[in-house]
Design a protein around this ligand. Structure first.
Ligand SMILES: [Zn+2]
Ligand SMILES: [Zn+2]
Length: 814
């Protein structure tokens, strides 16, 4: 026996070294094998993996290993998303806010690179077999160039524009917020009833109700419902905005709700999204209500106040002038920034956009050409793309991000795009190619904002395939084979990737997408530091082998629904690994002692050999189908149940008497049993190797000199029921049982199980010799039971077995 004193960690280390030495997992650009490209999430470089990442890394690595064993030339790169807010925050914490743009960048990169190192160690421990030669960093010059190129190409195609536009804005972070960063929250508020005087009718007024009096100075209209007769005489008149004295029109609008407040609504630029649509529809005036930091603007004596102070001051002033008629407590929904909980405002600002609204149909069309695993995940994308209200605001007011490759004229706003041959550029530092504005010779200003992180990550399938180099050998594998990602980012990462890939190449990004759910805390809630329900990969990998973790990933069913982490499930995976080890360690010495026949011992197979060979053929077929469907739950549970509860619990027990038999004439029977034991055990290791690579490799070394990942995938027959027996996909003719070997074997095992139960009830050992068994069997099982009488006597250690026809019953006489 080898490696008996090596620790499990040492065994892992040994195999990782050997896999690297033998270059087993490298992609070969020159190979003519079918190409299989995997698009995985580039994790944020924050220094530690979380359980969700452990899940997808294990999952996709199992798929990669399976595909290689099936003869594919697999490209499995791994990227890192080094950009982003978390890195900026970490650097600001360490070095303060005084760094220059260049210095800040440098520190952010250092931070990212150090973090990647620790994250890669965890990945490697887990067995991730990605090809390091294709590793990428979203902050590398190469990646930045491709992102900038993709934006320039989309600009040429008319997708990209710069415009003054209301954007969702966090006044605390001073940046635009994308839709998915906004969360809704119910809040207590006051509905304020304010009188607006009618212009030209001194004694008359119209009362509006608003929750946002602090935006009064930016009121540009009052809207009433056309069906609301209370206001019909006012339509077309103008009213005076209290405190500010401006006159604004009364407009009719179906969306004005007669049952809310007074039925007359104040339209500001901008209080909410309805304000935005009314502003465009009625071509209203634009008054910027607040600045980037949430300070009132264009508000005369209230200028510079915070939203909160301004609200108090304006309400006080309204009270003094008796224009605030009443206040009502209400609850309403506000949107807040997920990161800092500041209420989100709508701010007009010059921003870069990508036209997306008008293309949602195309995105759904491409999505329908992709295989979704599970298939209901596609619905999330469809639902989302049905409600695209605005274009995609892609500029972010941050430093550590991909620079937006444009300059614009300070006088006439003409845009100058970067030269494609000079990428990457940073217009905040670099000068434009042109000397001045091509239209008016005005000064060109480099864009200082950076791109939204989803702009970077939505080209991963293109980047890893070698785009835009059409001659890259990797382009043969495009569209890529598969993407894995969480369902929580279908409406962002999947959506933007499908959109951008279509816009740039007209194609879909992948053949298939696997969308997994969340791994929850042990209490079934989302993991949260303050709730103390978190589970951390470092702890888990201390307590369990990577193989057990990976088997747990496969068995937990986290693809279809959110799954709470469970130590019990982990223990189950660990126990199975022990079972696998123990059985292999029983079979190997038996093979050394007994004589293994040189070829298939057809004539010597008994009913139990034929049963397990046929069962195994079915398992190979079902497991292969499950892998092909990316259904690791099916694959793993089929293998585990078969190996544990059919092969180990029954077959091995049933043949022990043949393996240990000292009788001379038992040699052929022993040979058949040894052959079957080895074939089923060694082939099961192959089926399981993608999921549990270390232990399968280790146990396989008992039977083979080659790495298991060099072995061929077990073959199977394509039909589901065959009365003959099958070894590695080859069908052999044998005497045919009426009911097929799978069912015959299962029937005989049920008799053995009854005998075991009877012995256990009397507290007797399994090998305790009993006096007799009386069995009644239904007609269809009669002949097979009768011909197995000798075997049953041996297996059950019974001095006598009596078999009769009738309703099934087993009577054991101890
Ligand atoms: Zn914020
Ligand atoms: Zn100009």
């Amino acid at each position: 026996m080898k490696d008996v004193c090596m620790s499990e960690q040492a065994v892992e280390e040994k195999w990782r070294r050997r896999w690297a030495e033998e270059k087993l997992f490298l992609f070969d650009e020159k190979s003519d094998k079918p190409m299989y490209i995997i698009d995985t999430p580039p994790p944020f470089t924050n220094g530690a993996l979380h359980m969700g990442q452990i899940f997808w890394i294990s999952y996709i690595d199992s798929i990669a290993r399976y595909k290689r064993m099936c003869g594919f030339n697999v490209l499995y790169p791994q990227g890192w998303d080094a950009h982003g807010f978390p890195t900026e925050i970490a650097v600001e914490k360490k070095y303060g806010k005084g760094l220059s743009r260049k210095e800040f960048h440098k520190r952010c990169m250092e931070e990212s690179v150090a973090n990647i190192k620790t994250m890669k160690e965890q990945m490697s421990r887990l067995g991730a077999s990605f090809d390091e030669r294709y590793e990428y960093l979203t902050t590398s010059d190469d990646y930045l160039s491709k992102v900038q190129l993709s934006i320039l190409e989309m600009y040429e195609k008319g997708f990209v524009y710069r415009a003054l536009h209301p954007v969702e804005w966090c006044t605390s972070c001073a940046t635009t917020i994308s839709r998915e960063q906004a969360i809704e929250k119910e809040e207590d508020s006051l509905l304020n009833y304010i009188d607006f005087g009618i212009k030209g009718r001194k004694s008359e007024s119209i009362q509006i109700a608003t929750t946002r009096p602090e935006l009064l100075h930016a009121c540009v209209a009052v809207a009433v419902n056309p069906k609301d007769e209370r206001f019909s005489s006012f339509v077309g008149k103008r009213v005076t905005v209290p405190l500010f004295g401006r006159s604004v029109p009364i407009i009719v609008e179906d969306s004005a709700d007669p049952t809310f407040g007074t039925g007359a609504e104040m339209v500001c630029t901008f209080g909410d999204k309805q304000d935005v649509s009314l502003y465009y529809k009625h071509k209203l005036e634009l008054i910027e209500a607040i600045d980037d930091h949430g300070k009132l603007k264009n508000a005369s004596r209230f200028d510079g106040m915070s939203l909160k102070d301004g609200r108090e001051a304006i309400l006080d002033a309204l009270k003094e002038t008796h224009l605030l008629r009443k206040q009502e407590k209400i609850k309403h929904i506000v949107k807040i920034h997920d990161r800092c909980s500041t209420p989100i405002e709508l701010v007009s600002s010059m921003q870069w956009f990508i036209k997306i609204r008008e293309h949602s149909e195309k995105i759904r069309e491409r999505a329908s050409e992709i295989k979704w695993v599970p298939d209901f995940a596609r619905q999330r994308l469809d639902d989302w793309s049905n409600f695209i209200e605005w274009d995609w605001a892609i500029s972010r007011n941050r430093v550590f991000g991909t620079p937006i490759p444009f300059w614009y004229c300070s006088k006439c706003d003409t845009i100058v795009a970067a030269d494609k041959s000079k990428l990457p550029v940073d217009p905040a530092i670099d000068k434009a190619q042109a000397d001045g504005c091509p239209k008016c010779k005005g000064r060109l200003v480099g864009e200082t904002n950076t791109l939204d992180g989803w702009v970077d990550s939505s080209i991963t399938p293109l980047f890893i395939s070698g785009w835009p180099d059409r001659k890259s050998p990797r382009m043969r594998g495009f569209p890529t084979a598969v993407r894995i990602q969480g369902t929580d980012i279908i409406r962002t990462w999947a959506f933007y990737t499908i959109f951008r890939t279509w816009a740039l190449t007209n194609a879909k990004p992948w053949e298939s997408i696997i969308a997994h759910s969340m791994i929850l805390g042990i209490d079934g809630r989302e993991m949260h530091k303050s709730w103390g329900n978190g589970v951390y990969p470092d702890e888990i990998l201390k307590k369990y082998d990577p193989d057990a973790v990976r088997l747990w990933v496969a068995l937990c069913g986290g693809i279809v629904k959110d799954k709470a982490f469970s130590y019990q499930d982990m223990d189950y995976a660990k126990t199975f690994a022990t079972k696998l080890h123990n059985t292999a360690r029983f079979i190997q010495p038996a093979l050394e002692k007994g004589r293994l026949p040189k070829e298939e011992p057809h004539a010597s197979f008994n009913i139990f050999d034929l049963w397990i060979l046929n069962r195994f053929n079915s398992i190979v077929r079902e497991v292969t189908e499950a892998y092909d469907e990316y259904n690791l739950y099916e694959a793993a549970s089929k293998i585990v149940n078969f190996y544990w509860h059919e092969f180990a619990d029954y077959y091995i027990e049933n043949v022990k008497h043949r393996v240990y038999s000292e009788e001379r004439n038992a040699e052929k029977s022993r040979g058949a049993a040894l052959f079957t034991l080895k074939y089923v055990c060694a082939s099961t290791l192959k089926l399981l190797a993608p999921i549990m690579p270390y232990i399968c490799e280790e146990e396989n070394s008992l039977f083979s000199k080659h790495s298991i990942f060099k072995e061929e995938w077990p073959k199977h027959t394509t039909t589901s029921s065959s009365p003959d027996y099958v070894i590695n996909g080859i069908l052999f003719k044998n005497e045919i049982a009426d009911i097929g070997y799978e069912s015959a074997g299962a029937f005989l095992n049920s008799i053995i199980s009854e005998v075991r139960k009877a012995k256990a009830k009397e507290k007797k050992a399994l090998n305790y010799e009993i006096s007799s068994i009386n069995i009644n069997v239904p007609e269809e099982y009669y002949s097979v039971t009768l011909s197995s009488k000798e075997e049953l006597m041996q297996i059950c250690k019974a001095r006598k077995v009596v078999i009769g026809r009738g309703e099934y019953s087993v009577k054991v006489d101890i």
